[in-house]
Ligand binder design. Structure first.
Ligand code: GLY
Length: 615
């Protein structure tokens, strides 16, 4: 605790000139990070960049920087970084998966009418075989709880290649060949297996697939487990994925969705009993959506709309903070009142996630009701600062019937900015570590297990412990609900305001609470990006009714003299049930430097070992 306080005091006392600091007031003795006492000095030694990419692997960040050096924009950089992640973080995301890209375009040589912010949705869609009750009733799979996470039936139609190339063609400036070159190089020359890769190998999903000798997972074991002998420090080359990437670089998205690669996808899934047609692969298209927007501390926030659940949870939680701003500002940073308030807000918004959210293209979602100021004020007014509530009492009082049908870590985030003021927040996933463990023969890339993000078995939580509504049942062409939350904050209320923060993360539902906390760290508390992504964090997702908290926070003390107690004691006295443990969320953030005009700070979360690259 002493160390943690000393660290925070050090940063706070070293900060100057934060233009957006909140109303000044005297900090209490309990900690330096009262919102009201926002830091005012730059941290000495925090590097700043005119353009930068923060991915969760340094090779991917450098691929993005290579594009910026060629004169490319943030979209070129993000697309290059993303294709490279398919190679160097193959267990998190890749061309066999899907994602969300939030693009804030301020200047572009060929596009007028800027600034404009686009939410590009290239999430996977359920194949034509998917029925609402498939995983509950299929005679071969109904008793196999792993049917939606391992093997052919776990796989939804991938969207990444279509999404990335759509973003590049519409909003980038460089050629396909140029942006894909670093990924092809990484696949051919190989990358060094790191500690995070080995953590992914040790996950239970992988252990199960690895055990099944002679099965559909044989190619996965050969390429990604090096026949069971993979270890930290090994050089892992992917000549087969390089072949796929070269075909895509040459022929574009059609190489993936209707060429040789499409046939290989159809044949490997068919061999596993999941029949996907060439026509449905060829029909895949990304969707261009309008971002959700809200105002927070006088800044415009762009959050991702459904099928992301993250944007709605973030907008609701920020709304609850604004509704009780004076009280929130009186709480010390990471104190029990502040954590209790955030936890109660998360419970309300995750209860709504569970009850209301799904693919809006197929199901009515009351987005406006959920995110309205009237609703967030109502939710905020129901937060009791001294006590938790009965678990079923959380969530919005919106009539369900109106919009309700009758029946009712893997993942990787990168942030990029360029010197023209453009920004990209991009989160992509193949769902659980190494996705379905199914490799496309001859092309070496992994297919996702995104079917598990649907409500596959009614009333049963998914792999992330999330209970979801019947609105999120599978259906052909439908996208499963996601927690991915790429978010961009501007420094003022208008679209012409400079970009203040580009943020997002990986880690299932932890993405949402982690993104929100780093947003508060950077925007409300003035913590520099590289420190904000490393801060200890909390997580609550309504169900299970447990507050996950990193020991560094729980064990720190608050108050003074006889009133001194641990934060943990403060939370338990309010009825919170705590579970101590490491945050499962990995955040990459870029923040506008408060002291160097036109420059940015960048942070890749040390939890996954990434590093930003910029200049
Ligand atoms: N597959 C994780 C997510 O989209 O939330």
């Amino acid at each position: 605790m002493v160390l943690r306080s000393a660290f925070l005091v050090l940063i706070a006392s070293a900060l100057t000139g934060c233009a957006e600091s909140r109303t000044a007031s005297t900090p209490t003795s309990q900690g330096p990070y009262r919102a009201a006492a926002a830091p005012t000095n730059p941290v000495k030694g925090e590097p700043t960049y005119r353009h930068v990419v923060a991915a969760d692997h340094e090779i991917a960040s450098k691929a993005g920087l290579e594009m910026l050096r060629k004169g490319g924009n943030a979209v070129d950089a993000a697309v290059a970084a993303s294709f490279t992640l398919s190679v160097v973080r193959p267990y998190s995301c890749g061309i066999g998966g899907g994602g969300f890209m939030m693009i804030h375009l301020k200047r572009h040589p060929k596009i007028t009418g800027l600034p404009r912010t686009i939410a590009l949705d290239y999430r996977e869609v359920a194949p034509s075989w998917a029925r609402a009750d498939f995983f509950e009733t299929d005679p071969k799979l109904k008793d196999d709880p792993a049917a939606s996470t391992n093997g052919a039936h776990a796989v939804a139609i991938p969207g990444t290649v279509a999404g990335l190339l759509d973003a590049l063609e519409k909003f980038g400036t460089l050629s396909r060949e140029a942006v894909m070159a670093p990924a092809i190089r990484a696949a051919e020359e190989g990358f060094v297996v790191d500690a995070d890769y080995m953590r992914a190998v040790a996950s239970s999903n992988v252990a199960r697939g690895a055990k099944e000798a002679g099965s559909q997972f044989a190619e996965f074991r050969t390429i990604y487990l090096l026949n069971g002998r993979v270890k930290e420090g090994d050089l892992l080359k992917q000549p087969a994925q390089a072949r796929a990437l070269k075909l895509i670089a040459r022929d574009g998205a059609k190489a993936f969705y209707s060429g040789e690669i499409a046939s290989a996808i159809r044949s490997v899934l068919g061999a596993g009993g999941a029949n996907v047609t060439l026509a449905e692969l060829a029909a895949y298209r990304p969707r261009e959506l309008l971002p959700l927007t809200t105002s927070f501390q006088g800044k415009k926030v762009f959050a991702f709309p459904p099928p992301s659940s993250g944007g709605i949870v973030i907008v609701q939680t920020l709304g609850m903070i604004e509704a009780r701003r004076e009280e929130f500002d009186s709480f010390d940073y990471d104190s029990s009142p502040q954590i209790h308030f955030l936890t109660e807000a998360f419970k309300h918004s995750f209860a709504d996630r569970s009850r209301f959210l799904a693919d809006p293209a197929v199901t009515d979602i009351p987005v406006l009701n959920l995110t309205s100021q009237a609703n967030t004020r109502d939710l905020a007014s129901r937060i009791d600062l001294s006590r938790t509530q009965p678990i079923e009492s959380y969530g919005s009082n919106i009539p369900r019937a109106a919009a309700h049908p009758p029946t009712d870590s893997g993942t990787s985030h990168l942030s990029a900015v360029d010197s023209w003021g453009n920004a990209v927040a991009c989160t992509e996933t193949i769902n659980l570590q190494f996705g379905s463990l199914v490799v496309v023969p001859g092309f070496g890339f992994l297919l996702n297990d995104q079917m598990d993000d649907f409500t596959t078995r009614r009333g049963t939580p998914n792999a992330f412990g999330l209970r979801q509504d019947d609105r999120n049942l599978p259906a052909p062409g439908k996208q499963p609900l996601s927690s991915m939350s790429p978010t961009i904050v501007l420094s003022g209320e208008t679209d012409t305001s400079p970009v203040e923060l580009v943020v997002g993360g990986s880690g299932g539902p932890w993405i949402i609470t982690g993104t929100l906390q780093v947003l508060l760290d950077c925007v409300t508390y003035g913590i520099p990006a590289s420190k904000a992504v490393a801060q200890p964090r909390i997580h609550h997702q309504w169900m299970p009714n447990t507050l996950r908290i990193e020991p560094e926070i729980a064990d720190s003390t608050e108050g003074s003299g006889k009133q001194t107690r641990t934060v943990r004691a403060g939370l338990e006295s309010r009825g919170q049930e705590l579970k101590l443990g490491k945050s499962e969320c990995v955040i990459q953030a870029i923040r506008r430097s408060p002291s160097s005009p036109g420059r940015f700070e960048a942070g890749s979360d040390p939890r996954k070992g990434g590093k930003p690259a910029g200049e």
